[in-house]
Design a protein around this ligand. Structure first.
Ligand code: C2E
Ligand code: CA
Ligand code: CA
Length: 756
């Protein structure tokens, strides 16, 4: 897979494997955190429980110690108070004796302080200096019959104080022992506890902690505190033993446990991550492969996804592969359809065009079935399809298996390799001839005639049609020139795109004076002079210059514009004939009439009317083939011309399909032998023979004969010898404008006749 794509997916968590791993890690981490919380809470709770228990028992122990010391001190005090000598000293208020007894006892018992408090409130202290506040508090407490032991603050220091009454026998006062509640004592107490503990005697501590351990914030972290009440002489100053145990110290033994737990958790997490990464690979790899396959399919590549399991993913991959197979088949089918003809199953035009591309020696040969529509209408479309398939196979076999494509309704084509146009043309002719045996359709033989068109590679960068199109044009050109095969003729093809606007331009040209008539003289052998002229149309286009009449006349015929053109020519010719007559030249003027106009009755009306009103001597040149389209109509029209005194000339005789039948039926006066025969007269004995026999035939039918295309004196001499009546051609005179004709005719009349 593409690395950057993979990295990108990894980073944006669009990778299934990453997401799976992260999901598992997240879940496991959450479980780990929850259990850690549970463990820490349980451990903390149990630690606190333990601290609380220890504190409570430390409080109780201290209470017992207090009691024991109190009763011990009380015992000593009572012993002293009961001593006879001491009682007398008190009764006598003998201070030195009292002090001596007190000092003695203090020394023996190790007491901090001892004193006698008289019923009058006077104190005799030893060991300690009793301040006024302490004295008052002690006195009030004892006088009111309060407890005989408790805490008393002397000079800001707490003391455990025990008293015993001295009776003489009347109450005389109290013996009081005081023992300092000092740091050493507290350290002793702290040492008794198994947990870290600090003890202190305090006044009025946090109310909530009295008799009940609570958790407090001490400034050095969380601590547990317990205030144990101690009896006090001063009711206003409640005294407590305050026990404090810092919780973090209590948690200390568990720290390593927590560390271990954290380490195990981290190790587990890492293991899980690795494990999931490895395990998910097995799960995501087929999906990744499938994803990759889909991606490549999108890019137009047909790939199979590996099927590695039988689970859903495996089935998905199998379905994907089946789909890819279907797609491939369908595309192959579509491609086949796009490149083949449905009717015959042969490759089609597109396929041929592909074959023709590239190779410079490749030539496209198109075979057109002659009279295709006629045959198809006779045998039906289905049979025609079969016939073409058989013909295609036959041609393909003849062409060493080259694939035969169906290019048009009635044309098949193939690509051949040839070194030159002549070689390609020869091959095409040979194939067409060899394939022309009848083909049996529905049990009946159908005659096949083929015409071939050949085209090679156009010059690079030329805007000519494709080779296949040019071969099709060549096929049309072959048919038009009645050849069995022709190569594409670029000159004859001209510029069809540029010609599209030509007709509309021609119609305006007619009114602009761009169109004119040129006259070509016709020489009469017998009269030894020019007795007529042929009017030939000329168009000088403002941009294109002279446009060939073959081009614009042909287009005018095809687009139905020939009639205004011809009517204009007739009027012009009549006018020019008058001008010529005025100059002393009485000449028959021949005008070319398109075959299409022979079926136009109103045109005939026009022509007959024009000639009748003007009294002009016109000859209409009509090609013989024009009659064959609609013979009855054409023959009737020609009859009308003849009746109106217009002579009729059969133009281009011999160039088309000549039929004696029509020749006999047309009421013509003249026959014009096509220039193709006359041009070849000098060096072709065969043409000479044809011309001679044509002249004889025409004479036999009562027609005069004109030979056109006379360019050489030899041809002229031969024609004279054959008995030809008239000659027309460059030798006698080129088509020239009216003015030039007048110039030529006037002075040269005699000289010309002499020369010829
Ligand atoms: P076309 O009727 O066969 O006219 C004779 C053609 O032969 C003219 O060509 C003429 O210039 C040419 N020609 C004459 N003598 C010689 C020669 O010695 N050697 C050679 N090589 N050619 C010669 P153009 O003028 O190019 O006219 C071509 C065709 O156009 C005419 O053939 C005719 O069919 C048609 N056309 C011309 N004017 C008209 C018209 O007014 N109406 C109609 N319907 N067709 C016309
Ligand atoms: Ca003519
Ligand atoms: Ca002609």
């Amino acid at each position: 897979m593409n690395l950057s794509r993979q990295v990108h997916r990894l980073l944006t968590f669009r990778n299934l494997r990453t997401r799976l791993t992260l999901l598992y890690m997240g879940l496991f981490g959450l479980a780990l955190i929850l259990s850690a919380i549970a463990v820490v809470t349980a451990v903390t709770n149990s630690a606190r429980h333990m601290v609380r228990g220890e504190m409570t028992s430390a409080g109780a122990v201290y209470g017992q110690l207090w009691e024991a010391r109190s009763s011990q001190l009380g015992q000593s005090a009572r012993v002293l108070a009961g001593d006879h000598a001491f009682r007398q000293a008190v009764a006598a208020n003998d201070a030195p004796a009292m002090r001596s007894a007190l000092d003695d006892l203090r020394a023996r018992q190790g007491l901090d302080g001892a004193l006698v408090l008289g019923v009058d409130g006077h104190a005799t202290p030893t060991g300690v200096t009793l301040d006024e506040a302490a004295r008052t508090a002690l006195f009030k407490g004892l006088e009111s019959g309060g407890p005989e032991s408790g805490v008393l603050t002397i000079g800001g220091q707490p003391f455990q104080v025990v008293a015993a009454p001295v009776d003489t026998p009347a109450p005389a006062g109290w013996v009081v022992f005081a023992e300092r509640l000092d740091a050493a004592q507290m350290r002793n107490l702290e040492g008794l506890s198994p947990i870290p503990l600090s003890a202190a005697v305090v006044l009025n501590p946090v109310q909530a902690s009295i008799g009940q351990p609570i958790t407090v914030e001490t400034g050095q972290g969380l601590s547990m505190q317990l205030a144990h009440p101690l009896p006090s002489f001063d009711p206003a100053a409640k005294t407590f033993l305050l026990l404090t145990s810092p919780l973090d110290r209590a948690m200390k033994p568990y720290e390593s446990l927590f560390l271990w737990l954290a380490a195990i958790g981290a190790a587990g997490l890492a293991l899980l991550m690795g494990g999931t990464w490895v395990l998910s690979r097995g799960l995501t790899q087929p999906i990744t492969a499938l994803d990759e396959a889909v991606h490549r399919l999108q890019q137009g590549e047909y790939v199979e996804a590996p099927v590695t399991s039988t689970d859903e993913i495996g089935r998905l991959a199998a379905s994907f592969n089946a789909m890819v197979g279907d797609l491939r088949d369908r595309e192959a089918k579509l491609t086949h359809m796009a490149l083949h003809d449905q009717e015959t199953g042969l490759p089609n035009r597109l396929s041929l065009e592909r074959q023709a591309g590239g190779h410079t020696d490749a030539w496209v040969v198109l075979f057109g079935v002659d009279r295709f529509e006629v045959v198809r209408n006779a045998i039906g479309y289905d049979s025609m399809g079969r016939l073409l398939a058989v013909l295609g196979a036959r041609l393909s076999a003849l062409a060493d298996g080259a694939p035969m494509a169906r290019v048009g309704a009635g044309s098949l084509g193939l690509v051949i390799i040839a070194r030159s146009k002549a070689e390609a043309l020869e091959a095409a002719e040979h194939l067409a001839a060899a394939a022309q045996a009848p083909i049996s359709v529905n049990g009946a033989p159908v005659d096949i005639a083929l015409t071939a068109g050949v085209a090679g590679h156009g010059a690079a960068g030329s805007d000519l049609p494709s080779p296949v199109d040019r071969a099709a044009i060549a096929l049309d050109q072959a048919r038009a020139s009645r050849q069995s095969a022709a190569a594409f003729d670029e000159v004859a093809y001209g510029d069809p795109a540029g010609n599209l606007s030509l007709i509309s331009e021609l119609m305006t040209a007619l009114n602009n004076g761009e169109v004119s008539l040129a006259y070509q003289p016709k020489y009469d052998f017998r009269a030894q002079g020019v007795t007529g002229v042929e009017a030939l149309m000329r168009w000088t286009h403002p941009r294109r210059g002279a446009v060939s009449p073959d081009l614009f006349i042909g287009m005018a015929e095809e687009t139905g514009h020939i009639r205004p053109l011809t009517e204009w020519a007739i009027r012009r010719a009549i006018e020019d004939q008058k001008t010529l007559a005025a100059a002393g030249h009485v000449l028959t003027v021949s005008v070319n009439i398109s075959g299409r106009l022979l079926s136009d009755e109103s045109f005939a009306d026009f022509a007959v009317e024009e000639v009748a009103t003007s009294g002009a001597d016109l000859c209409f040149e009509i090609t013989e083939t024009a009659v064959m389209g609609n013979p009855e109509m054409a023959l009737r029209t020609i009859d009308r011309f003849a009746d109106a005194g217009i002579s009729v000339s059969l133009d281009d005789y011999g160039s088309g399909l000549s039929s004696l039948t029509y020749l006999k039926r047309i009421r013509a006066d003249e026959l014009k032998i096509d220039k193709s025969f006359i041009l070849g007269l000098d060096d072709s004995a065969r043409d000479g023979l044809l011309v001679k026999s044509t002249i004889d035939l025409a004479h036999g039918l009562g027609l005069k004969v004109t030979a056109e295309g006379v360019e050489t004196p030899t041809a002229l001499a031969l024609l004279r010898g054959m008995g030809c009546d008239m000659a027309q051609g460059y030798l006698i005179g080129r088509p020239a404008p009216m003015a030039a004709l007048l110039d030529r005719l006037a002075p040269a009349e005699g000289a010309k006749s002499a020369a010829v």
